[in-house]
Ligand binder design. Structure first.
Ligand code: GTP
Ligand code: SPV
Ligand code: MN
Length: 579
């Protein structure tokens, strides 16, 4: 492919959207600084205190545009069954009939930015190229941090036969005219009416997950909603793992874990916090890359205790979205180490005094470059990815024990496929517990039934399969308090997982999988009572059987494959037998 392919498409889009100017982004610092200056001048960006937060900015999104909107997100395929039972579907023709009138002349009076980007390290077989056309300078700034953007992508054009096309128009931000549409048959994304996060940074959930997952199935690899990290033991051995947790369930925090004092000889190496692309290597191991180049992490709750690595890194070159602003021009949020000032400006721009309501949006985000994280893995830019020995699924509920291990690959796929997790501020709508297979319910670009079959099939393509575990940091006691301390203490659970992988410890077999012998999980100085430990690992058979009714309904809805049906029957029989 050469630049003409992109130019032709850009011409077509610009004739239709009719911008005043067209700017091709090169990804330079100058370009970034020019955009920030321009936004500061027109009041859409605020420069933060340069002494304490050098080169950091605050952006406030529209109050009706603060999270992904799944109900307005569509997979647009010729056949409805290709979108499957869980995605919203429109035919490409119907979707374009709605979106094209919105796009028509939508950029007149505005600048149209053409943003080429790479997902993955240059010169890697994993890597893909995309171009996002957007009328939002905020989107450009974010893409500069989140992807390898500009010339670095155009320099690689001759390596690719095609590119993923994304068109993003901010329009009027009225949710009634908001559509996030994916056309996997054309490698195309059209997004109108939102300027926020996964709705507008089309490289992220739209390309790296929804479009990529369709191609991954065709080409026998996986595009997953997963963090990637390396855990270095005191003996220097590093084990790489991926973790799929639904949005708002702890991926970023786990990926950046800073070991506590009692684990000072352990190191965590971060590769990614949100998305993994995984391929079986010729040697039969699954290898993973992080297609992104920055972090778009939840700000609320981040502090020196929960996530020291993030706290240090987000002190510079970071864009804050929807946090509060102190009189000293510093960002402030619920959970930050600094005390609240008497007066500040809340996330939506209102001055509040002696407040006791939330002043930061619970889905407020930091956008910060991956390169400034001190514990970035040496494998981050590895064109072959990192070899994965463990996969963790994690959910937020009252049922699953702190950690358990699957019996084998198919059972592990069953555990991932049946995760039930509580939704939160990362998406519009009231919280509910829902089935979220592999944390991909909102991000699978095709039929979820085929997706789960693809996962089963991948098992036969990986000789040296990762071991699969499930974790739940979020079990609460009768007073509604989290029982497990979480965050950096999660390394204790990772240690047990590694001991299992290295065949150093046995485990207790339960109907749902293996749980630790109490003496194999390091609980030293946590002050957990016997009762708390029991609650963390209690497997309430009645509750699990009720859960299995819900899983049964879900499996009936999605007509799941025979392998997972069989897993359902096996686990259920074990549960009934132990009643
Ligand atoms: P997305 O970026 O939306 O995909 O979310 P995420 O999966 O990266 O979750 P993140 O790490 O940002 O954590 C989400 C919320 O869970 C934050 O409020 C965290 O403070 C909280 N959290 C993360 N890890 C833990 C933990 O181990 N225990 C408890 N109790 N809370 C946690
Ligand atoms: C998520 O919701 O999973 C996010 C934020 O990581 S967004 O990019 O908006 O999807
Ligand atoms: Mn995250």
């Amino acid at each position: 492919m050469d630049i003409e392919n992109i130019k032709n498409w850009v011409n077509t889009v610009s004739q239709f959207t009719n911008p005043d100017d067209i700017v091709w982004c090169n990804g330079s610092e100058d370009e970034y600084n020019q955009l920030t200056s321009q936004m500061i001048k027109n009041g859409t960006l605020i420069k933060l205190n340069n002494l304490q937060y050098p080169n950091c900015y605050l952006y406030r999104s529209d109050i009706n545009d603060v999270a992904r909107t799944e109900n307005l997100t569509f997979i647009c395929t010729t056949k409805k069954e290709d979108a499957g039972p869980t995605n919203n579907w429109m035919s490409p023709k119907d979707a374009k009939a709605i979106i094209n009138p919105i796009l028509k002349n939508s950029m007149s009076g505005k600048t149209m930015y053409v943003v080429p980007y790479l997902l993955g390290p240059p010169n890697s077989d994993f890597t893909q190229i995309g171009v996002e056309i957007t009328d939002s300078p905020y989107v450009v700034l974010n893409l500069k941090i989140m992807t390898r953007m500009g010339s670095i992508a155009l320099d690689q054009l001759n390596k690719y036969d095609n590119f993923v096309k994304g068109v993003h128009a901010t329009h009027n931000l009225d949710p009634k005219q908001r559509y996030i549409c994916h056309f996997p048959e054309e490698n195309l994304i059209l997004s109108v009416g939102s300027g926020y996060g996964g709705n507008a940074l089309l490289s992220k959930k739209c390309h790296a997950l929804r479009i990529a997952s369709v191609n991954a199935r065709k080409e026998n690899w996986l595009a997953e909603h997963m963090l990637i990290m390396g855990i270095e033991k005191p003996d220097g051995d590093i084990i790489y793992l991926t973790g799929a947790f639904p949005s708002g369930c702890g991926k970023t925090n786990l990926a950046m874990l800073q070991p506590p004092k009692s684990y000072e000889n352990w190191k965590i190496w971060t590769i990614g916090d949100d998305i993994a692309w995984l391929r079986p290597s010729p040697k039969g191991k699954l290898h993973a890359i992080n297609p992104e180049n920055g972090f778009f992490g939840i700000v609320s709750g981040t502090n020196q205790v929960t996530n020291q690595n993030a706290m240090n890194a987000i002190k510079k070159n970071t864009i804050y979205t929807n946090v509060a602003l102190t009189p000293d021009n510093n960002p402030w949020w619920e959970g930050i180490d600094d005390p609240a000032p008497n007066s500040l400006i809340n996330w939506s721009g209102k001055t509040v005094n002696n407040f006791n309501e939330n002043v930061t949006h619970p889905n407020s985000r930091f956008t910060s470059p991956i390169e400034q994280y001190p514990n970035l893995s040496k494998n981050y830019n590895n064109v072959e990815g990192a070899p994965i020995s463990v996969m963790i699924f994690g959910s937020r509920n009252q049922l699953a024990p702190l950690v358990y291990e699957s019996f084998d690959w198919n059972h592990g796929v069953f555990i991932g496929a049946t995760m039930g997790s509580k939704t939160n501020a990362t998406m519009a709508g009231a919280p509910v517990v829902r089935r979220d297979p592999m944390a991909m319910l909102p991000f699978c670009g095709y039929n979820i039934t085929d997706y789960l079959t693809h996962w089963v099939d991948m098992g036969s393509r990986i000789v040296n399969k990762p071991r699969i575990f499930h974790v739940n940091w979020f079990k609460k006691d009768n007073n509604g308090k989290y029982i497990w301390p979480g965050y950096k203490e999660n390394i204790r659970v990772l240690e047990w997982i590694i001991k299992r992988v290295n065949n150093q410890v046995s485990a207790v077999e339960t109907p749902i999988g293996y749980i630790p012998n109490i003496e194999d999980l390091n609980l030293k100085s946590l002050n957990l009572s016997d009762n708390q430990f029991k609650l963390l690992f209690n497997i309430d058979i009645d509750q699990w059987l009720t859960e299995f009714k819900i899983i049964n309904d879900f499996f009936n809805k999605i007509h799941v494959n025979n392998t997972l049906q069989k897993q359902y029957t096996l686990v259920k029989e074990r549960l009934v037998a132990s009643e």
